[in-house]
Ligand binder design. Structure first.
Ligand SMILES: Cc1cc2nc3c(=O)[nH]c(=O)nc-3n(C[C@H](O)[C@H](O)[C@H](O)COP(=O)(O)OP(=O)(O)OC[C@H]3O[C@@H](n4cnc5c(N)ncnc54)[C@H](O)[C@@H]3O)c2cc1C
Length: 291
């Protein structure tokens, strides 16, 4: 289907983009890479009357090194740029690991990492990576700038804490510790498809015990979700196959994924359990632990 009629606005500066968002509010939508917005408009899923293209706004395409050792991705950093970046691989390895799973190369060449986060598809990789790493969203509007922790950002299916007049200018990923191991694992019908179930995970180790763990699932609920009960079961224990199996068992009994034509609730629960063991083993191997 063709897109319904809309008014196109190209913003040439951040202040112009913010002004346009303030003017059109609920009737306006930001256009970044267009890889999700244009298909949803063509499907008539709440098409906006005004499309505000930010692709000509300067300085939003930068991968910034933060003073605390983390990394910030601007709103126009394409998936492919993040995938190729040595700084991202070194400072936020879960992003690099997620990138090859995001659609296909052509989609990653146009689509932006921040656009994927703003779009908040529950089966997308990056929202779960934000939860697993404790990322912070930086939103700008005519009222100023505010920060939103990832844990408070994803509200529901394709719904976030962003107001209609806000632009996500960049997302900050905190410093990645040398004692942290991480992995992004998923099951999809074909490579490049959205995941039937996926996991972005992180384990922090001190001595021979896990000091912190994050298990952030995608494709299993209306938002990306962590499973605190399973994370707590890992903390204080050595990272062994038994500990990982216990966490997997908690995951598959705790999650209640929605069934659809691609998989039943029980099948997705089973996948989430399998991915827990697989993801944790891979994460542990990256800090030299064989479980
Ligand atoms: C065939 C196909 C397969 C795909 N497979 C996957 C996949 O496996 N995994 C995956 O994660 N994604 C997948 N995608 C989506 C892709 O990753 C998109 O690029 C991404 O979701 C959105 O990025 P974008 O820059 O294209 O955003 P756009 O399409 O331009 O925008 C998406 C939404 O976010 C809003 N938005 C964008 N940027 C901002 C901002 N800075 N501030 C506020 N709001 C903003 C827009 O208004 C819109 O509502 C797929 C897409 C296609 C077409």
């Amino acid at each position: 289907m063709k897109n319904p009629p809309f008014v196109y606005h190209q913003a040439h500066s951040l202040s112009e983009a913010i002004e346009l968002l303030a003017t059109y509010g609920e009737d306006g939508k930001v256009l970044a890479g267009g890889q999700s917005l244009l298909p949803t408009m063509a499907l008539r899923l709440g098409p906006p009357e005004h499309v505000i293209d930010i692709s000509a706004v300067p300085d939003l395409d930068t991968i910034g090194l933060d003073a605390d050792g983390g990394v910030s991705l601007g709103a126009l950093v394409r998936h492919a740029e993040a995938e190729r970046s040595d700084d991202v691989r070194r400072l936020a390895p879960l992003i690099s690991e997620a990138m090859p799973h995001v659609g296909h190369r052509a989609i990653r060449t146009r689509g932006t990492v921040v656009g994927s986060i703003a779009h908040a598809d529950p089966a997308a990789e990056m929202p779960a990576v934000c939860l697993a790493t404790g990322a912070t969203m930086i939103a700008a509007s005519s009222q100023g700038e505010r920060t939103i922790p990832a844990a408070e950002f994803f509200d529901g299916y394709l719904t976030t804490a962003l107001r209609p007049d806000e632009l996500l200018t960049h997302v900050k990923f905190p410093a990645w510790s040398a004692q942290s191991g991480g992995a992004v694992v998923e099951v999809s019908r074909r490579h490049g498809d959205y995941a039937l179930a996926g996991l972005a995970c992180r384990v922090d180790l001190s001595g021979d015990a896990v000091t912190d763990a994050a298990l952030a699932f995608f494709g299993v609920d209306s938002t990306p979700v962590r499973v605190p009960e399973a994370e707590a079961a890992l903390v204080g224990k050595p990272p062994t196959a038994e500990a990982f199996a216990e966490a997997a068992s908690i995951v598959s009994t705790t999650l209640t994924p929605t069934a659809d034509i691609h998989g039943s609730t029980n099948y997705r629960r089973h996948l989430a359990g399998v991915l827990t063991t697989r993801g944790l083993k891979t994460a542990a191997s990256r800090i030299g632990v064989s479980a």
